[in-house]
Ligand binder design. Structure first.
Ligand code: PFF
Length: 447
């Protein structure tokens, strides 16, 4: 077997892992879920989940991956041979498959907006008109499926090329640029007339709005934005040499992620309130609000085009990771197989995702539990499969990995103190499983 590839630099790993984390979850999903769940209280609960559950779980995946140095299934087999624990990896592959099937729908929405912005079709409309244009566009069956295909094709091409040349190179350029543009956007949004109410909506928690559903969604959202529970982060860290610090990588990913979530919230909500829009508009929220804000900037459409390109990259780097985890299991390290399987699986995901793409148009009447197909796929992943994956990982790590070996792994390349390690171990062993079980049991009661 050929030698396993490794990241060519520490920055490459961080950017790729951060690239997987930062994507539609922080930029598109967070604002609309926070909008539906009352704003500030949701934001606070999301941050608590991210710090006390998401971050420890991210470290847990990192330690499994670098200990085993293998893919999402073989890693579990290596650490716990002859057991059934590798089903966590299978679960992750299924979750990634479904995830990419609807993620690519939203990726397609970015593609179509980019096309419309470049061809001047979005110049100078009112926010209502943007809503209308967007609504009719995504209801068009051909358009929505074709743009979804375009997004998946871009994902396939990069993943087919392999870990280093593909993912690493693309992540390196785009992320810092996205941060910069986001800051410009926030500055414009918070200086709009009437923006204050939106800032308060995001930053002042109103706990009367908290329901069990808020808590479930905040938990799902924190796992979603960190890409944990799917063994994606496990797969990425398996390429990392031993002299790199896992805790430092995990912490910087979490900080970047919270920062982007904050920027997204500070860009969207002030604008929503200033323009008199509804914060609970659902998945279309970002797409209705963004062009209206950009319209208020000098050279607004140019900025908007730049933003969409960077946003598309952020979505793509997350999409790469979803396809990568499946391909790395099937193709092992054989480059010829990698290309073939990236195509086969990518196209299968596209076909599976067509009903999600059509669920804003011709299939909008098909619902289950009051949810259209797109929402069902999202719900299954964010609120069922990811928490389940996280639960199993939090049981697997303390049960099947030796505590001393875990400490050595986390200390390798870092200066992690014993006390911090003990806190992490406690969170993984007791807090994470308990919380996830309680929240998931609760879900059975109210959905
Ligand atoms: N973290 C990504 C985002 O927030 O857009 C979504 C994601 C990617 C979730 C990869 C899970 C995953 F395995």
């Amino acid at each position: 077997m050929s030698q396993r590839e490794q990241w060519s630099s520490k920055l490459g790993f961080i950017l790729a892992a951060a690239g997987s984390a930062i994507g539609l979850g922080a930029i598109w999903k967070f604002p609309y879920i926070a909008g539906q769940n009352g704003g500030g209280a949701f934001f606070l609960i999301f941050i608590l989940f991210t710090l006390f559950l998401g971050l420890p779980l991210l470290l847990a995946e990192f330690s499994i991956g670098r200990t085993a140095q293998s893919n999402a299934i073989d890693s579990y087999k290596k650490i716990a041979p002859g057991t059934q624990w590798h089903w966590i990896g299978v679960l992750g592959m299924v979750a990634s498959f479904i995830l990419l099937s609807f993620y690519s729908v939203v990726g397609g929405w970015i593609v179509i907006y980019l096309f419309k912005a470049i061809t001047g079709q979005l110049n100078g409309l009112t926010s209502d008109q943007y809503g209308e244009v967007f609504g009719t566009t995504i209801a068009d069956p051909w358009v929505s499926v074709i743009v979804q295909l375009i997004f998946i094709l871009m994902t396939i091409v990069v993943v087919a090329k392999g870990v280093q040349q593909g993912i690493e190179r693309a992540s390196k350029i785009m992320m810092p640029a996205l941060f910069v543009l986001f800051i410009v956007l926030v500055l414009r949004a918070v200086t709009l007339d009437g923006a204050g109410e939106g800032v308060r909506f995001l930053l002042l928690p109103d706990f009367s709005k908290v329901t069990p559903r808020t808590i479930l969604e905040a938990m799902g959202q924190s796992f979603f934005t960190l890409s944990v529970g799917v063994s994606v982060m496990l797969t990425y860290s398996s390429y990392l040499p031993k002299n790199q610090s896992l805790p430092r990588s995990a912490v910087s990913i979490v900080i970047m992620n919270i920062f982007i979530v904050l920027l997204a919230g500070l860009a969207i909500f002030p604008a929503v309130f200033a323009f008199g829009l509804e914060p609970n508009a659902g998945p279309v929220l970002l797409f209705n609000v963004l062009p209206t804000i950009f319209n208020q900037l000098p050279f607004g459409m140019l900025f908007f085009i730049a933003f969409l390109i960077l946003f598309l990259f952020a979505a793509l780097t997350s999409a790469f990771s979803m396809l990568e985890i499946i391909v790395s299991v099937i193709a092992k390290n054989d480059p010829a197989k990698r290309t073939k399987w990236a195509w086969i699986i990518g196209i299968a995901i596209f076909i599976f995702g067509i009903p999600s793409a059509l669920s804003y148009g011709v299939l909008s009447d098909i619902t289950l539990f009051d949810k259209i197909i797109f929402d069902l796929a999202d719900f299954a992943v964010s609120n069922v499969l990811l928490p389940l994956g996280c639960l199993l990982i939090s049981i697997f790590v303390p049960l099947k990995m030796k505590k001393t070996a875990l400490y050595e792994e986390l200390k390798s390349g870092s200066s992690m103190k014993k006390g911090i390690f003990e806190v992490w171990f406690f969170l993984i062993r007791f807090v994470a499983p308990l919380f996830i079980i309680v929240v998931m049991l609760n879900m059975l009661g109210f959905y």
